[in-house]
Design a protein around this ligand. Structure first.
Ligand code: ATP
Ligand code: MG
Length: 368
C-alpha cells in the first residue's frame, strides 16, 4: 500500500535509480482576509477535514489546499486528478508560486522555492519550469514561430538561435509548415501543440500541464495523449499533469494523486488506485476504468522467489496489459515470468492474480 503522505513505495516499471526532483511538504492555501490566522486555527485543532473547511468558510476563508505533501521523481509522469474545484490548478500554481501558498515547502533539489526571492522565482519559471494551460494561452497577435520563440526571447536569446530552436520544437510536435500561421487559423489540437512546443522551448526540467487536453474533443484528445507519451519517451521530463478525467489519468500516469476538497487522499500507481482504493470515493472514480486494459503485468506481479530457476515459465514483458495474457491464462498457463528489457526476469504473475484483477472488473460491472 502506498503511503499517501510521503508517496513512498514508488515503483515505476523500471528499476532505474529513483531521484526525487520535486518535493512538496504540508502545503496549505487559504483564501480570505486573514489566511495566517485561519491557518493557525486549522493547525491548532484536530477537526475532521470537512468540518474545518466549513468553519473556515464561516469566517470568510476558503480552504483551497490542506496539508498537501508529495514527491515527484525524475522522469515520472505524476498525474493529479480530482473533480472541478478540488484544488488542482491552485496546487500546480503553488509549485511555481504563481499562487502564493499560505504555508508549506516546495523543494526543487536542495532549494526551498517558497523561501526564494521573487527574482529567483522569475528565473526558475523562465528556465526550469515549462507550463501548458487548458486554454492554450497563445499570444493571438504572434504567429506560431514567434509564439514558440517567445519564452526564448524573454530569456534574451539572440534571434537566429531562438528561431532555430523554435523550428525544432515545432517539428517535434508535428506542426512543420505551419510556422507562419496565426493561432486563430489553427484547430484546438494544433493550438495546443503550439502551447506544448512553446513550453518545451526552454528545455524545462519540470513540466507542468494543467488540463492541457480538456478543451479537445475525444478523438483529438486521444491523439494528443499518444503524442504526449511519444514526446515523453523521447524527452524523459519530470511531469506534473493535471486532469479531471480518470481515463486520461490512467493512460498517462506513472503515479496518480487523487484530490478531494483541497486534500490528497491517495497517491499510488494506477494499479494501486484500482486494486486498493483508500475509500469508496476513490473507488467510485475507477468504476469506468477497465482494469484488464490498464493494469500491466509489471504493476501487479509478485516477487521472484530467491531460488527461482530462470529457465521456468512463459516470459512476458512487464508493460503487457493483463488483458493480453487472459487467453493464455485461460488455456492453462499458471505462471508468467515477467521480464524487463535489459534486466531479465523481475517478477512472477500467477493466473490467480490475473483472476483477481478480472474479478474486480466484473464486480464493478455488476454494481453498475
Ligand atoms: N482567488 C481566489 N479566491 C477565493 N477562492 C478561490 C480563488 N481561486 C480559487 N479559489 C477556489 O479554490 C478552489 C479550487 O480551485 P482550483 O481552480 O484549484 O480548482 P481545480 O481543481 O483546478 O478545478 P477545475 O477542474 O475546475 O479547473 C475553488 O473552489 C475556487 O473557487
Ligand atoms: Mg483547474
Amino acid at each position: 500500500m502506498m503511503n499517501p503522505v510521503d508517496g513512498t513505495g514508488f515503483s515505476r516499471e523500471s528499476t532505474a535509480e529513483v531521484v526525487t526532483k520535486l518535493r512538496c511538504r504540508n502545503i496549505w492555501k487559504i483564501y480570505g482576509q486573514r489566511p495566517d490566522k485561519a491557518l493557525a486555527t486549522a493547525l491548532g485543532g484536530s477537526e475532521p477535514p470537512l468540518t474545518l473547511k466549513r468553519r473556515l468558510e464561516e469566517t470568510g476563508h476558503f480552504l483551497a489546499l490542506a496539508d498537501v505533501s508529495f514527491d515527484v521523481q525524475q522522469g515520472e509522469i505524476f498525474v493529479v486528478m480530482g473533480l472541478s474545484g478540488s484544488g488542482k490548478s491552485t496546487l500546480v500554481r503553488c509549485l511555481s508560486r504563481l499562487v502564493e501558498p499560505t504555508s508549506g515547502e516546495v523543494w526543487l533539489g536542495g532549494e526551498n522555492l517558497l523561501a526564494a526571492s521573487e527574482r529567483r522565482m522569475v528565473e526558475v519559471r523562465r528556465k526550469v519550469m515549462g507550463m501548458v494551460f487548458q486554454n492554450f494561452g497563445l499570444l493571438p497577435h504572434l504567429d506560431v514561430l514567434d509564439n514558440v520563440a517567445f519564452p526564448l526571447r524573454m530569456q534574451g536569446m539572440p534571434p537566429a538561435d531562438r528561431t532555430a530552436k523554435a523550428r525544432d520544437m515545432i517539428e517535434l510536435v508535428g506542426l512543420r509548415g505551419r510556422e507562419n500561421s496565426m493561432p486563430l487559423e489553427l484547430s484546438g489540437g494544433q493550438q495546443q501543440r503550439v502551447g506544448i512546443a512553446r513550453s518545451l522551448a526552454v528545455d524545462p526540467e519540470l513540466w507542468f500541464l494543467d488540463e492541457p487536453f480538456s478543451a479537445l474533443d475525444p478523438l483529438i484528445r486521444r491523439q494528443m495523449q499518444d503524442e504526449f507519451l511519444r514526446l515523453q519517451q523521447l524527452l524523459q521530463k519530470t511531469i506534473v499533469f493535471i486532469t479531471h478525467d480518470i481515463q486520461e489519468a490512467f493512460r498517462l500516469a506513472d503515479r496518480i494523486a487523487i484530490m478531494r476538497e483541497g486534500r490528497i487522499i491517495q497517491i499510488g500507481r494506477p494499479a494501486d488506485i484500482l486494486l486498493t482504493p483508500v475509500d469508496a470515493y476513490v473507488a467510485s472514480f475507477t468504476e469506468e476504468v477497465s482494469l484488464a486494459k490498464v493494469v500491466t503485468a509489471g504493476s501487479v506481479m509478485a516477487k521472484l522467489p530467491g531460488n527461482w530457476d530462470a529457465s521456468r515459465g512463459h516470459e512476458v514483458d512487464a508493460a503487457t496489459p493483463i488483458e493480453m495474457l487472459l487467453p493464455r491464462s485461460l488455456a492453462g498457463t499458471q505462471t508468467f515470468v515477467i521480464t524487463r528489457e535489459g534486466e531479465g526476469p523481475v517478477g512472477l504473475l500467477t493466473s490467480e492474480i490475473i483472476a483477481k484483477v478480472l474479478a474486480n472488473d466484473t464486480a464493478q460491472r455488476v454494481v453498475r
